[in-house]
Design a binder for this molecule. Structure first.
Ligand code: IPE
Ligand code: IPE
Ligand code: MG
Length: 224
């Protein structure tokens, strides 16, 4: 059985779910947050150490302002209400991507990271204003500045995901089969599951089914 240390999820399908059941994309984002809570609990139950959630891409700024504002207000309220509880559960929160939001949200994010930085049970990486290509460019710039030799190891060490294993498993919900500029380097050898269900409809049973299937895969890493 394959060990499972790191799960990454592209949480896609909120808008379509919201339009279908509530006639509003934003209602889908709200429902999607409930799935986030359930999946965090299930991740702990499965004794997984790292969970990376793609919540907002560098490309998502192209969406209507009203939707962007709704998403960030949702996140703000979530952190204000839930960070103490996450901290009590020994969960560490780390943001991937560049924190270029309102001063208020930037502060809430930094404080949440600081507060939980020593926690050990589960690390949640929230990818926010994250784009893999820009992460790679930043890493290469740093290597150049520090006159690092160009090696795979050095590049990995200059990414925002330094100090964590690469994802073993990537799940994308929402019936779309693409990576949308997510963790291009880190997913080089991950097992990928594209799930038909929209994110708000995704549940612990679906998650556990994928984990079970993942554990049985023969991971070759080039060998036979
Ligand atoms: C959620 O799904 C992902 C975010 C960018 C917040 P979408 O909002 O992309 O939902 P669909 O794909 O339009 O249904
Ligand atoms: C990817 O979903 C980003 C997140 C889940 C945050 P999108 O819905 O933005 O991806 P595309 O635009 O359909 O590729
Ligand atoms: Mg989408």
């Amino acid at each position: 059985m394959n060990p499972l240390n790191h799960v990454a999820i592209i949480m896609d399908g909120n808008g379509r779910w919201g339009l279908k059941y509530k006639r509003s994309r934003n209602a889908g984002h709200k429902a999607g947050l409930k799935t986030v809570e359930k999946i965090i609990e299930a991740t702990i139950r499965n004794k997984i150490s790292f969970l990376t959630l793609f919540a907002f891409s560098t490309e998502n700024w192209k969406r209507p302002k009203k939707e962007i504002n709704y998403l960030f207000t949702l996140l703000e309220n979530f952190l204000i209400n839930r960070i103490d509880d996450l901290h009590k559960q020994n969960i560490k929160l780390q943001i991937l991507g560049s924190k270029k939001f309102s001063p208020k949200l930037n502060k809430i994010l930094s404080n949440s990271e600081k507060k939980t930085s020593k926690n050990k049970k589960l690390q949640i990486n929230l990818a926010l204003n994250y784009g893999s290509k820009s992460e790679l460019i930043e890493a290469i710039k740093k290597m150049k500045k520090n006159k690092n030799t160009i090696t795979e190891e050095n590049l990995s060490k200059n990414l925002q995901t330094k100090n964590m294993p690469d994802p073993d498993l990537l799940i994308r919900t929402g019936n779309t089969k693409r990576l949308s500029n997510f963790l291009l380097w880190q997913l080089a050898y991950s097992e990928i599951f594209f799930e038909k269900k929209l994110w708000p409809a995704f549940n612990e049973k679906d998650y556990n089914r994928i984990i079970k299937e993942y554990k049985r895969i023969k991971r070759n890493f080039g060998k036979i």
